[in-house]
Design a protein around this ligand. Structure first.
Ligand code: ASP
Length: 524
């Protein structure tokens, strides 16, 4: 190609070339494929000067009819509103676009005049001189300001969640969550041969453990349950020979919300055959190291381990926060709450940037249902295997039996838990019927499966919402869930749960006996 022609073609070919190169860099996504924008609002630098670009974004703010700041998930770009007669239409449009309107701008990337660079903005060396523009959707005044520093009420944020999602912290949290899960999949499936299997969310009641949500069925008096975890299914998958299972699993517990809980949540659910406790622990350490976001430093493994007994004696809790330089026993009878006060008073040191993982092991297999009660319940769940050296005590003194249950604690929060399972039908039946006094009939399918060549197996579940909220240092798991429920378990945006009519209830053979206030509310 002759040189003059090359010089003419090259500038036009550059964006396509850049995109092709982009695709060639593994791990760097192309945010501009399949769409008519050429760049995101966080992308342009001095190297782009002279290029014609098309940006789409929301109006962050507008200054004296001269500038407009356009925002998308990736950043902010300064748009120069043209002042000349030839562009009067563009000028009128851009200087009247309300804040949060969606706008398309096409223009030329230019260096900012000397002295007007903004070193705080990644795009602060350039601006885009608008040539054409279009308002794609003009915004009404928002019910709250999106700016990160403006405090808004939690209820309002929930009601207009789609607006709150536009804020940089939420964008960051959800994108980081997605990346961590992606890396987890890579580690489990590509590097270690795990199989991602979906299990049903309409199932039946599981004895013991958390309270489950019921779902009515068309068979009179019969209900499904939403599983509190895929526990039974993952064990049955082991019997089925899928010997390395994992799932990003939605779980449901009807326990009322707390700051770190909500009725539906997500677990990284894992099960393996032919594995022992140490094997699961090394797997999780490797998984977390591999998926740990670079921006949060790195974590070292193996994680320290502590027995349940040591944790209670030294820290007064089975979820010790080992960031404190001092054990609670060294503080006399002071417990964790007091350590917070001492920290506030500058008497103990806690490293805010540090991530202290800890395994807590050797839990008792059973705990009294209530203080001083002789009735027992599982410390983890009824499928947990006894510690091999204590198994003989199961028949004489079950309260003395330790289990093969392990919890993973991060900075004083439980982020995971699991166990090696019982794989003998006889032992499982004994635990259910004789120790826990449960009706084993509800679990007959599982007991039966254990009689058909069930391999030894074990697993774990990581609480994804809680893990991510600790990684990004968010005060609540609601800050890492796109559409969370309120403290009371309500969806304040769509207003769920909601009333249904008697006609809608009829196929389910259900009638509601309305409390008076509800009845009045419904009629109004
Ligand atoms: N299913 C258990 C839970 O949800 C975890 C496990 O034992 O793997 O806590």
């Amino acid at each position: 190609m002759a040189l003059p022609r090359l010089l003419r073609v090259l500038p036009r070919a550059l964006p396509a070339l850049a995109r092709a190169l982009h695709r060639a860099v593994p791990g760097v996504p192309d945010f501009n494929s399949f769409v008519t924008r050429t760049n995101t609002c966080g992308e342009l630098r001095s190297a782009h000067v002279g290029q014609e670009v098309t940006l789409y974004g929301w109006v962050q703010y507008q200054r004296q009819g001269l500038f407009l700041i356009l925002r998308d998930f990736q950043g902010l770009t300064q748009i120069v509103i043209p002042q000349d007669e030839a562009h009067s239409h563009v000028k009128k449009l851009l200087s009247s676009a309300p804040v949060e309107s969606v706008v398309r701008v096409t223009g030329i990337v230019s260096p900012r005049p000397p002295g007007q660079e903004n070193p705080k903005m990644p795009t602060g060396d350039i601006e885009v001189k608008a040539e054409t523009a279009e308002i794609l959707n003009s915004s009404k005044k928002l019910p709250f300001e999106l700016k990160d520093f403006v405090k808004k009420s939690e209820a309002l944020r929930m009601q207009y969640r789609y607006l709150d999602l536009r804020s940089f912290p939420l964008q960051h949290n959800l994108r980081l969550r997605s990346q961590v899960v992606m890396r987890m999949r890579e580690f489990l499936c590509n590097l270690h041969g795990f199989v991602d299997v979906e299990t049903p969310t309409l199932f039946k009641r599981t004895p013991g453990g958390a309270k489950e949500f019921l779902v009515p069925s068309r068979e009179a008096g019969k209900f499904y349950s939403l599983p509190q975890s895929p526990q039974q299914f993952k064990q049955l998958l082991m019997v089925g020979g899928l010997d390395r299972y994992f799932q990003v699993a939605r779980c449901y517990r009807d326990e009322g919300s707390r700051p770190d809980r909500q009725p539906e949540f997500t677990q990284i659910d894992i099960e393996m055959s032919f594995v022992d406790q140490a094997g699961i622990q090394r797997l999780i350490e490797g998984l977390l190291q591999y998926s740990w976001p670079e921006e949060r430093g790195s974590i070292t493994a193996p994680f320290p381990s502590m027995t349940y007994e040591e944790a209670l004696a030294d820290y007064g809790t089975d979820k010790p926060d080992t960031r404190f330089g001092m054990k609670c026993s060294a503080l006399g009878s002071l417990r964790l709450g007091s350590a917070d006060l001492l920290e506030a008073a500058g008497l103990v040191l806690r490293d805010p940037a540090a991530f202290h993982f800890l395994w807590v092991v050797d839990f008792p297999l059973f705990l009294p249902k209530e203080e001083n009660s002789t009735e027992l319940e599982s410390a983890h769940h009824p499928f947990t295997a006894p510690h091999p050296s204590d198994a003989h005590l199961l028949y004489s003194d079950p309260t003395k039996v330790r289990s093969q249950h392990y919890d993973l604690v991060l900075n004083g929060c439980e982020v995971g838990g699991g166990s090696i399972r019982i794989h003998s039908a006889e032992l499982q039946r004994f635990v259910l019927e004789k120790v826990l006094k449960e009706d084993s009939e509800v679990l007959s399918h599982l007991l039966q499966a254990l009689e058909f060549g069930a391999p030894p197996h074990g697993g774990i579940a990581l609480g994804l919402d809680r893990l991510i909220s600790l990684i990004v240092d968010a005060p609540s798991i609601r800050d890492v869930i796109a559409f969370p429920k309120s403290f009371r378990g309500r969806d304040l945006m769509g207003n769920a749960p909601d009333y249904v009519t008697p006609e809608e209830l009829e196929p389910y053979h259900i009638q509601v006996s309305w409390p008076l206030e509800e009845k009045e509310a419904k009629q109004n």
